[in-house]
Design a protein around this ligand. Structure first.
Ligand code: SAM
Length: 406
């Protein structure tokens, strides 16, 4: 959903960052523990009415509330938290300019949703100076860069996967664009040689370390403009988040790689079949977890490796025996399988409903991370603006950071 608010820029960046920082710090007890691995959450003792209400609800109830937990009429303190979370997550859309409709020959190879993202991203690139040379970062086949380079502006596209580089170069050649698609691991030393002051760097959904690397290299190489829509904040090499800006470095908030999965926990795009498979996989995993707690006489979550989805087509008993084998666990011969499977589904309903509390902190954490990036660029001599570039139905990672050297 896009809001009527304005994008964040100037002193609002730090103001909002500090408000979010305080909110996340104050309520760590609510968003850190994960219902999937912890049977009774520590906060349930402090808020028994809310916990009981959430635990009485069905899986379908949880599903219906998942993408907008702030609209749920749950007992206190849920409404107050939801109100603050919504207020602090409020961010307006970036102003759009008319972007020339993408010609069919350019879009024929681009999947529908990606095309919508590209058109929206491109229409929000309002810089004071016209871009001179695009640099598409972790470009895949380079569809975004190609869409922008159709007006004759040169393009350098960097991508790790040689097949995507080759396909991208072929598509650009077919359109006679001034585009160079290079195979490059952007994390490798020497990548900085590809960045130049005349570059406008663009990155659509480059994961964790990949887009952070762009912010660091582009600022040291003094690239004139950047447009970055990050995703997968948890895809980082370090165990803990490494803050970029002085404000985030000064904050006591420490985020583990696991905490950083929270902003991604929104699944607006999954279809019914995928959802059903995901639910079965989780219910069975939870059923197995309850069973192993009893067998081992140990009330602790036992991490298990991911297994092929084909195991979900077999009986629940086979699935559990397989996991037990992988963990070297001896199961008794007589097990009431329907009981444990039903327990797994019941626990999934509890988990999903309790997760709605964590869900309130999803967008605040994402915005905190983006503001850290925006403040970092400001410190590096850029004017940064943060706003939405499309509706969340087009992509839940719909925030775009624009920056231009002052
Ligand atoms: C989520 S895709 C986004 C692709 C494209 N920007 C888009 O929106 O369609 C991320 C891309 O990053 C590339 N990638 C992953 N690691 C990389 C690295 N170390 N160096 C360069 N590219 C990398 C992947 O191959 C993939 O094409």
């Amino acid at each position: 959903m896009l809001t009527n608010d304005t994008p964040l820029t100037g002193s609002n960046l730090l103001q909002r960052f500090q408000a979010l920082d305080g909110f996340l710090l104050e309520h760590q007890a609510l968003w850190r523990p994960k219902p999937f691995t912890v049977q009774a959450l520590p906060w349930e003792r402090a808020h028994p009415e809310l916990a009981a209400w959430l635990r009485s609800r069905s899986l379908e109830d949880a599903e219906a509330a998942h993408n907008a937990p702030e609209l749920l009429h749950a007992p206190t303190p849920f409404p107050a938290l939801a109100g603050t979370a919504a207020r602090l997550s409020c961010i307006g859309q970036l102003p759009a300019h008319a972007f020339a409709a993408l010609p069919h020959r350019l879009t024929v190879d681009v999947p529908g949703r990606k095309l919508q993202q590209i058109a929206a991203f491109a229409s929000r690139l309002n810089f004071t100076q016209p871009p001179q040379h695009w640099l598409d970062w972790c470009a895949g086949k380079g569809h975004l860069g190609r869409a922008l380079a159709q007006d004759g502006t040169p393009l350098l596209s960097l991508e790790l996967d040689p097949q995507l580089v080759q396909d991208g170069q072929r598509m650009s050649n077919r359109l006679a664009l001034q585009a160079q698609h290079r195979q490059q691991d952007v994390l490798a030393t020497g990548t900085d040689e590809h960045l130049h002051p005349e570059h406008t760097a663009i990155a659509l959904h480059a994961c964790g370390d990949l887009h952070v690397r762009l912010l660091q290299l582009a600022s040291t190489r003094r690239c004139r403009q950047l447009a970055v829509a990050p995703c997968c904040y948890n895809r980082i090499g370090s165990e803990h988040y490494q803050p970029l800006s002085s404000a985030a470095k000064a904050s006591p908030l420490s985020l583990s790689r696991d905490d950083l999965r929270l902003p991604q926990a929104e699944t607006v795009t999954a279809g019914a079949r995928v959802r059903r498979q995901r639910d079965t996989s989780m219910a069975w995993r939870l059923g197995f977890d309850l069973l192993q707690r009893e067998v081992r006489h140990c009330d602790e979550y036992l991490p298990t490796p991911a297994v092929s989805p084909t195991w979900l087509d077999k009986p629940f008993a086979d699935y559990c025996r397989h996991l037990a084998n992988l963990k070297g666990l001896n199961l008794p011969a007589a097990i009431d399988w329907p009981h444990w499977e039903a327990q797994g589904w019941q626990r999934l309903a509890h988990v999903r409903n309790l997760e709605l509390v964590r869900g309130l902190f999803r967008r605040p954490m994402e915005l905190w991370l983006l503001l850290d990036r925006a403040l970092f660029l400001e410190e590096q001599g850029y004017r940064a603006t943060l706003g939405a570039f499309c509706a969340s139905q087009v992509t839940p990672r719909n925030l775009l950071l624009l920056a231009e050297r002052i």
